[in-house]
Design a protein around this ligand. Structure first.
Ligand SMILES: Cc1cc2nc3c(=O)[nH]c(=O)nc-3n(C[C@H](O)[C@H](O)[C@H](O)COP(=O)(O)OP(=O)(O)OC[C@H]3O[C@@H](n4cnc5c(N)ncnc54)[C@H](O)[C@@H]3O)c2cc1C
Length: 612
């Protein structure tokens, strides 16, 4: 026996140490294998809400919810979250979600929403938390062709929605996580930028009306659905809450549960279904009739930037994307060995060459619904290439099919994680394309020698920028590098780059904003802290989650980390050039002991029970 509060002899399941009807216990109950689990009364309540098959606290199942694909979170040598959920509950309706939240309040248990759980962001981060897995809420409630929108539940995947939309001459935004992610999670709760942004924008803007179960268990409809007027807008009549629950980054599952949204769709001039070619994992598509794919290069970033203005103004691009040559190498091959062979071959294709005459590139997909429209777009593209001093390169036909598939579905974006299974991303943007040369130079300088052979990061191109236009206007530019999660030096370099680039953006003021600077603890250190946003985020968190029943790790910590108070002084010292060697050492130490040590206000906070 472990001698915990409320513990008793094992029941018929043989592994429960909390007795039925025990008062809510803290710390949480533990199984005979010392694994945290739900107290029996809470499990009974959850089962009464969702049915016996849809709630469990089996340790093996709970631990499987602690795994993630390796994106997000702090660099550490493990894909398993430090803390597994104590239980998994699968609601089938908004009312069941509401009842689960109320049961969490009753039993002093925290919760975190989980749609498809791609990054680490859906993992629970504090003890005695359950995962609310929304996979049973997987319905496309409606597709309104005339108004180009859909009404969707949390577990509708992007692939499912795209397939249905295309049948009706429409298409949806798909973020880099690819076909399996949840557009609702992305639109209502988390960032939402994606490579098709030229046409499909970003999800902060694709979110229309929404339904929200607050951390206090109230069902709120925001925008037109609140007045029973359909799901077509997220604003009015009355106060607009959309900015508060969304902003650019979103509340990352830490301010209630979103159960249904209106979601914007876009015109699709292609066939009713994409025709797949090749074999998994190298699946491509037949390029639809009247579509055309180009890969073009310029001799410098000024040329690329001028061409971007013209492509955007002319409206010929369905998708316009710049990827680093190295990343194209990873996306076009099935294994790391194939990748190495391809990029080091004497006759390597232009698209994977990281030289001055190859890296300044755009990859462009034009889409048209008639021969005449396709011919017009081809003439415009040729004209822009000529006027801006670019040239079109030849693509291997098999590569064309793979790239077209990537551009329309983001299918192979997750493959960027393959070289080292760990990736971090810096910069962001939403700046004019005129800033492109400066942004590229800044990105290369922050990675410097560490990205070269023998450096501390995984080897890559001289910079690792993924760039595309947002709604044919601003530039989104993301410097996405890989590192070795098992090497302290490499994890240290990833921390250094993240800190350096945040500082560089704040100091330079003309590099746009750090798109990821409001995620979790970063919000207390960089841009959002400077303009007071993190103070408001924290106020909102406390006001709408007064009993601390929802997680607080990625959106905003409930308390200011102690180090944030000294940060204005510390940053002056750390980023002062003569201190660079010391800064490097500090980031290595942090990589070895864990960044968490400087981010907690006090250890007690983490251990505090919900609502206490
Ligand atoms: C390889 C890779 C590439 C990625 N590329 C991009 C990218 O280009 N752009 C981008 O924006 N993101 C990207 N992501 C991050 C993330 O996976 C996506 O944002 C994705 O849309 C989230 O959907 P999901 O189904 O994976 O959500 P989950 O991982 O389930 O959830 C994401 C977050 O939203 C919360 N959440 C989920 N459902 C709800 C709900 N119903 N109510 C309230 N909160 C909820 C979760 O708690 C979590 O914090 C990428 C991730 C990976 C692994």
């Amino acid at each position: 026996m472990l001698g915990l509060r409320g513990a008793s002899a094992p029941d018929s399941r043989g592994n429960r140490l909390c007795h039925e009807g025990a008062q809510p216990a803290w710390p949480p109950c533990r199984s005979r294998w010392n694994v945290p689990m739900l107290n029996a009364a809470a499990l009974r309540d959850f089962r009464a809400i969702v049915g016996p098959d849809n709630a469990c606290d089996d340790p093996a199942t709970c631990y499987s919810y602690g795994w993630n694909a390796g994106l997000g979170g702090l660099p550490k040598p493990n894909r398993l979250a430090d803390i597994p959920p104590v239980g998994i509950v699968l609601p089938g309706s908004t009312e069941e979600v509401q009842a689960i939240v109320l049961a969490c309040l009753k039993h002093n248990i925290r919760f975190k929403s989980h749609s498809t759980g791609w990054g680490s962001f859906a993992s629970v981060a504090s003890p005695n938390s359950i995962s609310i897995d929304l996979r049973r809420m997987n319905r496309i409630e409606a597709i309104d062709e005339r108004n180009q929108m859909a009404v969707i539940q949390p577990y509708v995947t992007a692939g499912q929605l795209q397939a249905e939309a295309m049948k009706r001459g429409l298409n949806c935004h798909i973020v880099g996580a690819g076909l399996t992610h949840s557009p609702l999670a992305s639109a209502a709760a988390f960032i939402g930028i994606g490579i098709t942004g030229t046409t499909t924008g970003n999800n902060a803007r694709n979110l229309l009306s929404l339904e929200w179960v607050t951390p206090e268990g109230e069902i709120v409809r925001i925008g037109s659905s609140g007045s029973g007027a359909g799901w077509f807008t997220g604003e009015g009549p009355g106060p607009g809450f959309r900015g508060m629950i969304r902003g650019f980054v979103g509340t990352i599952g830490e301010l209630g549960v979103f159960t249904q949204i209106g979601y914007k769709l876009y015109p699709w001039p292609g066939p009713k279904a994409l025709e797949r070619t090749g074999r998994h994992p190298q699946t491509g598509i037949t390029i639809p009739e009247h579509f055309r794919l180009y890969h073009m290069v310029w001799s410098n970033w000024e040329g690329v930037s001028r061409a971007a203005y013209d492509f955007n103004k002319s409206g010929v691009a369905y998708v316009l994307l710049r990827l680093p040559p190295n990343t194209f190498g990873a996306l076009l091959t099935a294994t790391n060995n194939e990748f190495h062979k391809l990029v080091t071959a004497a006759d390597a294709p232009d698209i994977v060459r990281d030289t001055d005459s190859h890296r300044h590139s755009w990859t462009l997909l034009t889409a048209a619904s008639s021969k005449a429209e396709a011919a017009y777009k081809a003439r415009v593209v040729r004209d822009i290439i000529e006027r801006t001093g670019g040239r079109e390169t030849t693509l291997d036909p098999a590569h064309k099919e793979l790239i077209a598939h990537l551009l329309l579905t983001s299918i192979s974006v997750p493959r960027a994680l393959r070289p080292s299974a760990s990736m971090a991303s810096s910069f962001g943007g939403f700046v004019p394309f005129a800033k492109m040369p400066r942004m590229m130079e800044a990105g290369a300088s922050v990675l410097k020698d560490d990205i070269q052979p023998g450096g501390d990061l995984a080897q890559g191109s001289s910079e690792e920028f993924w760039v595309w236009p947002n709604e044919r206007r601003q530039m989104w530019a993301e410097n996405a590098f890989s590192y070795d999660v098992n090497a302290v030096r490499s994890r240290g370099a990833a921390i250094r780059v993240a800190l350096d680039q945040g500082n560089m953006i704040d100091a330079a003021s003309d590099l746009g904003f750090d798109g990821f600077g409001a995620i979790g603890p970063l919000a207390d250190f960089y841009g959002p802290a400077g303009n007071g946003a993190s103070t408001w985020m924290r106020r909102i968190k406390h006001r709408f989650d007064p009993r601390a029943v929802n997680e607080a790790a990625f959106y905003i910590g409930r308390d200011l980390p102690w180090i944030a108070k000294y940060w204005p002084f510390l940053r002056k010292v750390l980023f002062f050039r003569p201190f660079r060697p010391i800064f490097r050492q500090i980031t290595r130490v942090l990589a070895a002991v864990g960044v968490g040590i400087v981010l907690k206000k006090r250890r007690k906070w983490v251990d505090r029970g919900a609502g206490l």
